[in-house]
Design a protein around this ligand. Structure first.
Ligand code: PEP
Ligand code: CO
Length: 461
């Protein structure tokens, strides 16, 4: 396990010399909330700047190490959770369910594929949302601000004003959440938490579920990391701490840049390039090959393994035409990346049921993830894991698939933002994604490298 500072090589002294936790301020930044009461906001950020980090630098380093292993085909990442985590969900039953789902999915992957999982929750800070439109129309109130996550404004139409005091509430909810989750994994009933059910998924899945349920949970079973989208840069700056000569964002282990804020010359890319945490970047269908090549060089200037996660999210119908080009572009850059497939964000549709609810079909989600496994294999690359929006709640009806039909969506649709797979849909996803990995086992990268020249052409098939 290497602390980040020892991984730095002096290849880019000029570039890094100009980085500070505040250097993003000189660049245009999308999706930032602005606060009318400047004095109150200043007091909030000053307070956030003094509070203790929620995670330890050594844990952040550990995540980078296991992500590097996943990129090398030796582990598999399950990252998931709510689209918008809510303050009201900071309740023991909900947190139990959310953690149980994530750990069970990791266990299914590990048991099925033989690759230990890397379990990353979208939790304890996933309180900010980027929005396509800053405002929306309300039938009685007219034009109101869009909901941007509990960190920024309230979901109730009359609470839409941006309020910096919410950021402190966000910190304390993150802290309570993380404290509770850590307790569960150190002193909770892991035996109960690892009782996996394969439902109607067939004999092979039942065998895997039985093997997990009947064995003593390993240390790997209970290991988890936290993550959120790093969107409000003033917040992230306030939560950044200098450790030795490196800067860690100690609000969580991993942060990612959203598809709407990944401009090469923007504030988000600037902030993310300098922190020691593993950082993700969403890669949607509008990403050009040359742009991606530039981006990976900026975000991982020292070519650190396990540092940069590219989270592709094209849609099941687009991945085949987009991903091979992106893989080739990144290979040509020489920058090591961790490839992850977000199977949900490119597959959001409006349902025909009453209320025009946003939904996703589990089949489309699985199609994008399993195509990703096969395309990476074909291109001599490795799919290191998946990224999903999912809930430990068994009864929600937000996505179509399994026992949930389109007509059932209004029955229990509770998300404030994007639709999430429910418990059984997410477990089904874990089994089916594991099966795809079993069919296309990752080649160790040493081998992949020697095959690179040959694969370069085939990849375009
Ligand atoms: C998200 O992950 O919730 C999200 C908004 O994704 P994207 O930036 O890929 O649209
Ligand atoms: Co989302």
């Amino acid at each position: 396990l290497f602390p980040y500072t020892t991984l730095f090589r002096s290849r880019s002294p000029t570039l890094m010399a100009s980085w500070t936790p505040t250097s993003w301020r000189g660049k245009p930044s999308q999706q930032m909330a602005e606060y009318e009461d400047k004095a109150a906001a200043a007091a909030t950020f000053a307070k956030l700047g003094k509070l203790p980090g929620l995670v330890q630098p050594a844990e952040v380093d550990r995540l980078r190490t296991v992500l590097a292993a996943a990129a090398n085909g030796e582990r598999f990442i399950i990252q998931g959770g709510d689209c918008a985590e809510r303050f009201i969900d900071c309740e023991p039953d909900r947190l139990d369910a959310q953690l149980k789902l994530l750990l069970q999915m990791g266990a299914i992957v590990a048991q099925s594929t033989g690759l230990p999982s890397v379990n990353i929750a979208r939790i304890a800070g996933q309180y900010g949302k980027p929005r396509s439109k800053p405002t929306e129309m309300h039938p009685e109130m007219g034009e109101i601000m869009s909901f941007k996550g509990d960190n920024i404004n309230g979901y109730e139409p009359k609470e839409r004003k941006w309020d910096s005091a919410r950021l402190l509430e966000g910190y304390f909810h993150s802290s309570a959440t993380l404290n509770y989750l850590r307790g569960l994994t150190t002193a909770g009933d892991l035996g109960a938490m690892s009782q996996v059910s394969a439902g109607e998924l067939g004999a092979e899945a039942a065998k895997v579920a039985k093997a997990i349920s009947s064995s003593k949970p390993s240390a790997d079973f209970a290991e988890f990391f936290t993550s959120h989208e790093g969107m409000q840069l003033d917040l992230e700056e306030a939560l950044t701490r200098k450790v030795g000569s490196a800067y860690y964002n100690l609000s969580c282990h991993m942060l990612w840049i959203g598809d709407r804020t990944r401009q090469l010359d923007g504030g988000h890319v600037e902030y993310f390039r300098g922190i020691a945490n593993p950082v993700g970047c969403k890669v949607g269908p509008s990403m050009k090959n040359e742009e991606l090549q530039e981006l990976v060089k900026i975000l991982n200037p020292d070519k650190v393994e396990g540092k940069l996660v590219l989270i592709t999210r094209y849609g099941a119908g687009k991945i085949e035409s987009m991903l091979p080009g992106h893989i080739e572009a990144v290979k040509a850059s020489g920058v090591p990346v961790v490839w992850q497939c977000d199977g949900v964000h490119g597959n959001t549709v409006t349902a025909k049921c009453p209320g025009n609810l946003k939904t996703r079909d589990l089949n489309e989600v699985l199609s994008e993830c399993t195509q990703a496994v096969a395309i990476h294999k074909r291109c001599g690359s490795v799919l290191a894991g998946v990224h999903l929006e999912m809930s430990g709640q068994a009864t929600i009806t937000e996505c179509i698939g399994g026992a949930t039909t389109e007509a059932m969506l209004p029955n229990n649709y509770e998300t404030y933002c994007d639709p999430r797979l429910n418990f059984s849909q997410a477990i089904e996803a874990a089994f089916k994604i594991s099966a795809a990995v079993q069919e296309n086992p990752p080649a160790k990268r040493a081998r992949a490298r020697s095959e690179e020249r040959r694969v370069g052409k085939e990849c375009r098939s």
